[in-house]
Design a protein around this ligand. Structure first.
Ligand SMILES: Cc1cc2nc3c(=O)[nH]c(=O)nc-3n(C[C@H](O)[C@H](O)[C@H](O)COP(=O)(O)OP(=O)(O)OC[C@H]3O[C@@H](n4cnc5c(N)ncnc54)[C@H](O)[C@@H]3O)c2cc1C
Length: 433
């Protein structure tokens, strides 16, 4: 095969774009095939539906350049400006069936302290600078109930933990592995409080400003509306075929599509048996994130609890006294239509009874066949094995994407960037063979 490209990259999210850009940086030729009509994948900024004077981030938006070295390097390289959220003004917690301004009653303060200490101690077993799947932490790949069983927590403290895990995973907290959550705590400097205040910066002009610079400055070749359905490997190259019969040949391939859709790509030869088994079923992360214009809440609201929505955060305040807020729920915890104003309003009123939701907008990542879910969250006992399996290349085919990122920042934009860098390290070895 006389392949025209050193690498073909499947998927134009942060991982695929980072990988293609790194390849170009290293003097390699690359083409990116993207199934959808736009780049950015699970990051997606556009005008607010019905309120075109506002912009909305329907997917990933918050970053922390102090804690996230990949994002820090990118914003420094391209001179990207960030803006910091205003700190919360009025917190509302829904735990043990009670609406409170502090997460637990006084009688459970000692429980809260033990829970925080337990999470911090577990996180200290994880070195944030090293790959997760090379560390001896398989025993942390357990459910939240197994994790807190030794603590005998009161109901409000347990609900606070459920709410935080649910918010961060977009799943019923009892059905997910704690490994990623504990690793995330390690990423926050081993601080469980990081969940409430570490990720508070967003890109001025939307997250696409960084991606656009990466694409433009490296003159990346991106082909939109190229839905990859088959990846064939021969001795000296890879042929990637799209659903409408087009094909691209390259000496290597980086697959940076969400892992829930990989089973719809026909790999020839077939993937290793462990990968096939792990990819056969969807992961648990099925979040929804309604953005909403709301009035009649206290100033700068922040809500957390075991309500229909596990969390509500401030986006920004508007001149007329209303605010743009973001809610976070998970399909398996409680299902609503995040584009239905009445349903979203009822969910917000669980925390702020007088709130009026004037407009809502959301993208349904779970129904979108290019994603079939949100951020990857494995079942208890599967997170560690998944990382090990997916970080093994299949001859000339390497996997990237936040879903397979083997760092404490898996599931985040940082994880996508990190996995893009790593994929190119592996591809460079393949190309040098
Ligand atoms: C609601 C929501 C909120 C989030 N909030 C945050 C946040 O605040 N901060 C943060 O850091 N992260 C957040 N995230 C996570 C973050 O958005 C993701 O980690 C990151 O964008 C994933 O990048 P990726 O490149 O790995 O995958 P993706 O962005 O999913 O890119 C994969 C690409 O592959 C394409 N594709 C799929 N199938 C095919 C195919 N067969 N052929 C070709 N192309 C294909 C898809 O269209 C997509 O463009 C959030 C995610 C969601 C959904």
């Amino acid at each position: 095969m006389n392949a025209p490209y050193d690498a073909v990259v499947v998927g134009a999210g942060f991982a695929g774009i980072t990988a293609a850009r790194d390849l170009v940086d290293r003097g390699r030729s690359a083409v990116v095939l993207e199934a959808g009509p736009r780049i950015g994948g699970r990051t997606y900024a556009r005008p607010f539906a019905g309120r075109e004077d506002l912009r909305v981030e329907l997917g990933g938006s918050w970053v922390n350049p102090d804690l996230q070295p990949g994002i820090r390097r990118e914003i420094q390289r391209y001179g990207i400006a960030l803006t910091e959220d205003m700190p919360p003004g009025a917190a509302a917690f829904l735990t043990d069936g009670t609406l409170r301004s502090f997460p637990v009653p006084a009688a459970e303060l000692a429980d809260l302290e033990r829970a925080v200490g337990h999470l911090r101690d577990a996180s200290k077993r994880i070195a944030p600078s090293q790959r997760i799947s090379t560390q001896p932490i398989r025993d942390l790949d357990i459910s939240v109930d197994e994790f807190i069983a030794p603590l005998d927590l009161g109901p409000a403290t347990r609900d606070l933990l459920y709410a935080t895990v649910g918010w961060y995973t977009g799943a019923d907290p009892r059905e997910v592995s704690m490994l990623g959550f504990i690793a995330q705590t390690a990423g926050f400097g081993h601080s469980p409080y990081g969940f409430y205040g570490a990720l508070t910066e967003r890109f001025v002009g939307g997250v696409g400003t960084l991606l656009d610079r990466m694409v433009d400055e490296s003159r990346l070749e991106i082909r939109l509306a190229h839905h990859v359905v088959r990846i064939e490997q021969g001795e000296d190259g890879v042929t990637v075929r799209t659903g409408d019969g087009r094909s691209v040949q390259a000496r290597s391939c980086v697959v940076a599509a969400p892992t829930n859709v990989l089973r719809h790509i026909d790999f020839n030869p077939a993937l290793a048996a462990d990968k096939q088994k792990l990819l056969a079923v969807n992961h648990q992360g099925r979040a929804y994130k309604p953005s909403m214009v709301v009035r009649n809440t206290p100033p700068r609201p922040f809500a957390l609890g075991v309500g229909t929505l596990q969390a509500i955060c401030l986006g920004y305040e508007l001149a007329d006294g209303s605010s743009v807020l973001m809610g976070f729920g998970g399909e398996s915890a409680a299902r609503i239509d995040p584009t239905n104003r009445e349903q979203v309003e009822a969910a917000v009123r669980e925390y702020y009874p007088d709130a009026e939701v004037l407009a809502v907008d959301a993208h349904d990542w779970n129904a979108d066949p290019l994603f079939d879910g949100t951020y990857r969250v494995d079942r208890p006992g599967q997170a560690y094995d998944f990382l090990r399996a997916m970080n093994e290349p299949e001859d000339r085919v390497v996997f990237a994407g936040t879903d397979v990122d083997d760092s404490v920042w898996r599931t985040w934009i940082e994880g996508a960037v990190n996995s893009g860098h790593r994929a190119v390290d592996v591809v460079s070895v393949i190309l040098g063979r």
